[in-house]
Design a protein around this ligand. Structure first.
Ligand code: NDP
Length: 278
């Protein structure tokens, strides 16, 4: 825990790659100055990890922001994802090349299968394995994979995913999935750590925020990191991008960590990976 002290700090993936544990999410950020400014503010603040996806339709903007920043490309951990309609072996290779073109990059740090599309994700994974072996991607992983998806994938493929990016917040902890991932050295990562902003309408963390003299966002993001979960809060507002990263000067006690864990309701804000239709 004491190692979580730096905005540029990393967790090590099972292939040895270091992934910054705090990143900027850019879902719903417009593919223009909105995403470019947000990324520049984040990089200036010290973030070194950007999470996009082809379906966010802002990869061009993400690429422009990276190229126009003063931070060298190799110091920024860039993540994108293959969308559901592109799944399958050849179509994934093509989608990857298109993402790189839009981003104007020649490699990605992490490429994820966005959702476990039935009867397709195994072929999609084979394409990711190929791209990884060709050193086009430094790490490969999945998103929205429940334990049975991971078991199926691991039984039928060569490389164990390095990351599983899941909806994760105080109302959706999925501790048994976290434990399963830990057991298999799959790094757990949170999407919608602040319930897409809905957490601020609840008052479940107000008391803790007062106790630590921190904001609700800072409490929830620090809780992510202390649980060993990589987190990618999204904001396009400068002040929030800065304050969301102001989480390295305090530590949540074990008792309060358990208190937040116990707020779990197994409640999803987003779609259910076992039952989605897109
Ligand atoms: P978040 O939980 O990160 O919440 C983002 C929302 O909270 C935005 O409306 C933002 O508004 C607002 N917000 C941010 N910081 C604050 C703050 N300090 N105080 C008040 N409001 C705040 O939701 P996301 O769904 O965006 O998840 C994060 C990232 O995870 C995404 O951007 C994306 O990269 C990834 N993701 C992945 C998915 C997957 O299937 N793999 C699915 C969904 C997301 P504003 O921008 O105006 O500040």
């Amino acid at each position: 825990m004491n190692s979580i002290t730096d905005i540029k700090g990393t967790f090590q993936l099972h292939n040895g790659v270091h992934m910054p544990y705090l990143g900027l999410g850019v879902y719903l950020a417009d593919n223009d100055n909105e995403v470019i400014d947000a990324i520049h503010w984040a990089l200036d603040t010290g973030y070194r990890h950007i999470d996009t996806a082809s379906i966010y339709r802002n990869e061009e903007g993400v690429g422009k922001a990276i190229h126009s920043s003063s931070i060298p490309r190799e110091e920024i951990f860039v993540v994108s994802k293959v969308w559901n309609a592109d799944q399958g072996y050849d179509t994934t290779i093509k989608a990857f090349e298109e993402s790189l073109n839009r981003l104007q990059l020649d490699y990605l740090d992490l490429y994820l299968i966005h959702w476990p599309v039935k009867n397709k994700y195994l072929d999609t994974w084979k394409a990711l394995e190929t791209l990884y072996k060709e050193k086009r991607i430094r790490a490969i992983g999945v998103s929205n994979f429940m334990q049975h998806h991971l078991e199926d994938l691991m039984a039928k493929s060569e490389i164990v995913p390095m990351v599983n990016q899941m909806e994760f917040h105080p109302h959706l902890v999925q501790q048994s999935l976290i434990d399963f991932c830990k057991q298999h050295h799959i790094q757990y990562e949170a999407w919608s750590p602040m319930m897409q902003g809905k957490i601020f309408e609840l008052s479940i963390l107000d008391d803790l925020a007062n106790t630590y003299n921190k904001t609700v966002a800072q409490i929830v993001l620090r809780w992510n990191l202390q649980k060993g979960v990589i987190t990618i809060p999204k904001s396009v507002k400068k002040e929030r991008i800065v304050t969301n990263s102001n989480i390295f000067d305090f530590e949540i006690s074990n008792e309060d960590m358990s208190y937040i864990d116990a707020l779990d309701k197994n409640h999803r804000n987003g779609p259910d990976p076992n039952n989605f239709n897109f």
